[in-house]
Design a protein around this ligand. Structure first.
Ligand code: SF4
Ligand code: MG
Length: 295
């Protein structure tokens, strides 16, 4: 029997709920992802005013008004610099960035590379539904080669990018994978990502029943295999993670790699040594009422 981990925390969970109209299609994996994120935040003791949620453009980005907290809905492919700038300005906020495969790996892959290298203290949720869903299902760079999509009626011509292989090749500090078909698993992986002090990259294989007809809930649940269940799997061994990232089946999930002791971007910024304030607290305030009255 599964025990609801937030059964006694309904009030804390409801604090994250909004009254906005849902725009996602029936059965979209974004519902479960956002549910798991709210659960993870509650279980880790975060209140909405302690969290900044940054959203890219895409179906995942349309979750920006469906969760309470400080939110930013930015330009396509640019959510990582938004999130990085915010956390540098105010390291007291827990900063979470969400983006799809198109935004992350087509439009903004340069930002991803530098976020890994800089190890910004950001939890990054990669909603990978293998297509540009918001613009009606065009092939993205994670669409499997040969898979038919809008604007690619003969099938996507190019080899797909393997997000985990790419990320693991850049010496990250935290890499995990989960599936939108398993809310409990997502919740636990998100909790681990929230606890990580550097850039936590979480690949979420997300169902999109409208445009991705092969990556269904039963398909994902049948193929998913937790790395914790592998004999002798060591999540601190990056070569073990790189090897497993190359395997298509089973789809290995869980925390694939975790470098626990690496200093993050803020910790290596020595020019801030001795400051007990954050940059946001050092901003000067000016009275603009005279100027505003002239407008
Ligand atoms: Fe979800 Fe796909 Fe519909 Fe977008 S198009 S809301 S990703 S099911
Ligand atoms: Mg997508």
């Amino acid at each position: 029997m599964t025990i609801n981990p937030i059964a006694d925390k309904a009030e804390a969970y409801l604090a994250y709920e909004t009254e906005e109209v849902i725009t996602w299609c029936d059965g979209c994996g974004n519902f479960a992802i956002q549910n798991a994120l709210k659960r993870a935040l509650v279980l880790e003791g975060y209140k909405p005013h302690e969290v900044l949620l940054c959203f890219d453009i895409g179906c995942s980005g349309n979750g920006s008004d469906k969760i309470e907290g400080y939110t930013i809905h930015g330009l396509h492919g640019r959510v990582i610099p938004l999130a990085a700038g915010a956390v540098i300005a105010n390291p007291k906020m827990k900063v979470i960035a969400s983006a799809g495969d198109g935004a992350t790996l087509n439009e903004g892959v340069n930002h991803l590379i530098h976020a890994i290298r800089s190890d910004y203290p950001v939890l990054f949720l990669h909603h990978d539904n293998q297509n540009f869903a918001l613009t009606t299902g065009q092939a993205s760079c994670t669409t499997p080669q040969g898979c038919k999509a809008n604007a690619a009626p003969e099938g996507a011509p190019e080899e797909a990018i393997n997000p985990l292989s790419l990320v693991l090749s850049q010496h990250p500090s935290f890499v995990a994978r989960t599936i939108s078909s398993d809310t409990d698993h997502m919740t636990e992986v998100f909790r681990a990502g929230l606890k990580h002090k550097g850039f936590a990259f979480i690949e979420i294989l997300q169902t999109c029943p409208t445009y991705n007809k092969h990556m269904t809930d039963p398909w994902l649940l049948e193929k998913a295999k937790e790395v914790k269940d592998l004999p002798d799997y060591d999540a601190q061994d990056i070569w073990a993670a790189r090897k497993i990232a190359e395997i298509d089946e089973p789809i290995h999930t869980g925390i694939l790699y975790h470098h626990k002791n690496r200093d993050n971007f803020l910790e290596v910024m020595k020019f801030r040594d001795g400051f007990i304030t954050s940059p946001t607290e050092e901003v000067k305030h000016y009275d603009l009422s005279d100027i505003l009255e002239t407008l």
